[in-house]
Design a protein. Structure first.
Length: 318
């Protein structure tokens, strides 16, 4: 688990596990920006493993069943399409946990989106927390610990993760990318304080946006055909269009290269401006405003043919 900000939490959990002081019920908030699901999955694997050490062995039969997604003693419960988790689901889970373990080891239940438990469902869960069967572990993952009823929280071990500072995040991101971050990337990750996994996802999305921006520029120049936009990726293409226009405007205003946000697009922007030398900055601003307006329409209305609207807008700039 290469997430340095979670190491101390993992060491504490491991100490409790090895010293047989581990609680049977745990609340691990779903802090996905910190990698909470990775932490919890590793915890589940540790509990189910027949030969655990510092982590699950990965070689025993139980680990093989987990990897195959067929472990008979692992139970997962979550909301269906954002709906509440009702009492019937909890009763079914409680009944399953009362059965003998198939693999003669632990039984583990992970309730995801636990903040969606109804009051009745939460109260039904109390008896299992108060009178757990042997080698049975419950893990609840709400959005926040306070989302659970106080009666549940009081019977669980509450986990809190340290939030890394920007220096730790910067070093970790450089390790993941196997290179130093560019000034543009450093500016980007500043928008995600204390959220390293969100920052990493944003960097990946930024790379995709730049590639899309290059394709748009090449299509505008007549070098390639227009991108094949679908309903599913229309938003990403619109964002790439905004990035492209912003860079064209920076070049038009003779912003120095070091202040440009997307140096990969600078040469293409120059070429486009040479072909459209009479293009005033006000017109570029209007085109950018049209993109912002299209993005707003996209968010507020459904059923629109966004690929067609986007293509129509591109063709106006040729």
């Amino acid at each position: 688990m290469n997430l340095p900000w979670l190491r101390e939490s993992w060491r504490q959990l491991l100490r409790d596990f090895q010293q047989q002081r581990l609680s049977h019920a745990h609340c691990i908030p779903a802090r996905e920006e910190l990698g909470a699901s990775i932490f919890t999955e590793n915890f589940v694997r540790l509990l189910l493993c027949h030969q655990p050490a510092q982590q699950a062995c990965g070689a025993c039969k139980s680990c093989a069943l987990w990897e195959a997604g067929t472990h008979p003693d692992y139970y997962e419960l979550r909301s269906e399409e954002g709906r509440a988790i009702g009492i019937d689901k909890i009763r079914e889970l409680t009944h399953q946990l009362q059965q003998t373990a198939n693999q003669q080891g632990a039984k583990v239940a992970w309730i995801k989106e636990a903040h969606r438990l109804t009051t009745e469902a939460a109260n039904a869960l109390l008896k299992t927390l108060e009178e757990p069967s042997a080698d049975t572990y419950l893990i609840l993952s709400p959005e926040q610990t306070v989302d659970l009823l106080p009666t549940l929280r009081s019977r669980m071990q509450l986990h809190r993760f340290n939030q890394p500072d920007q220096l730790v995040i910067k070093q970790w991101l450089a390790q993941q990318l196997q290179r130093e971050l560019s000034p543009t990337e450093l500016q980007l990750i500043a928008a995600y304080p204390g959220a390293p996994l969100k920052a990493l996802a944003a960097l990946g999305g930024e790379h995709d946006n730049i590639q899309r921006g290059e394709q748009i520029a090449q299509a505008l120049a007549g070098v390639t055909t227009w991108p094949q936009v679908t309903k599913d990726d229309a938003d990403a293409w619109l964002q790439a269009t905004i990035i492209w226009l912003q860079e064209v405007m920076r070049v038009h205003q003779q912003v120095t290269p070091e202040r440009c946000h997307y140096p990969q697009l600078r040469a293409l922007a120059k070429q486009w401006l040479q072909k459209h030398s009479q293009q005033p900055i006000t017109q570029l601003s209007q085109q950018l405003a049209m993109c912002y307006n299209l993005r707003q329409i996209m968010r507020e209305q459904s059923g629109l043919n966004m690929p067609l609207l986007l293509l129509k807008q591109w063709r106006q700039w040729q």
